[in-house]
Design a binder for this molecule. Sequence first.
Ligand SMILES: C[S@@+](CC[C@H](N)C(=O)[O-])C[C@H]1O[C@@H](n2cnc3c(N)ncnc32)[C@H](O)[C@@H]1O
Length: 249
Amino acid sequence: MARLGGVEQTRTLTPRTAVIWTVLRAELDRRAGERLSVLDVGGGTGGFAVPLAEAGHQVTVVDASPDALAALTRRAAEAGVADRVRATQGDADALAGLVEPAAVDLVLCHSVLEVVDDPEPVTAALAAALRPGGAASVLVAARAAAVLGRAINGQLDAAVALAADPQGTAGGRDTLRRRYDADGAGALLTAAGLVVEEIHGVRVLADLLPAAVADGQPAALLDLECALAAKLPYRDLAAQLHLFARRPA
Ligand SMILES: C[S@@+](CC[C@H](N)C(=O)[O-])C[C@H]1O[C@@H](n2cnc3c(N)ncnc32)[C@H](O)[C@@H]1O
């Protein structure tokens, strides 16, 4: 059953997603009663797209992977929201040619800017896709956590390389092309004409804790993640940074 604006809470509470949903819910609440047009770039199998469609919104997912889009289509059908989810195969690097300008209310771009050829045209296209007053939810990989993670795992050479590399990568075997700090990610969105309203850390602690602690005390971990997400210096040690930005009205 569609609940326009609302997103069912129990399905969205994990250390990877809780903080993001808290921010998105505030925007959905602000626009309660409206059927929003949502674009999810690199939306994959629909972890965000399907709950947003279940909440009554119209979601287009652009993703490069046909397999991910097939899984998205199945998931949307199983959730009974196939009519509100459109799957489009396409490359985020060519986003400007795939989406109508000024046509969406909310754009999501989660875990994509670190893998595209060039993030600047992508963020310009995200901003251009938004109606004036529309909002962008952008999630990027963070550099500091990657340095700490390599070091804690004993990969000290990789930690040094990652800390020194201008793009924040650890060399040829790194699966990501770049990582961000809060200032760099904020500057990227600002240069695209967006106004950054909030920055949160996602997975401040979740990846650092022993599995027994994370699995044994999931509610306490979730509370701690939410408590630390906006606080410095904890925010900037998170594995990912979530930026919520708006196209000026
Ligand atoms: C790590 S997954 C994230 C999925 C989803 N955004 C989320 O946060 O749950 C990254 C997704 O981006 C897609 N992707 C990677 N590079 C892309 C590109 N250049 N253009 C469009 N999609 C891309 C992948 O196929 C994958 O579905």
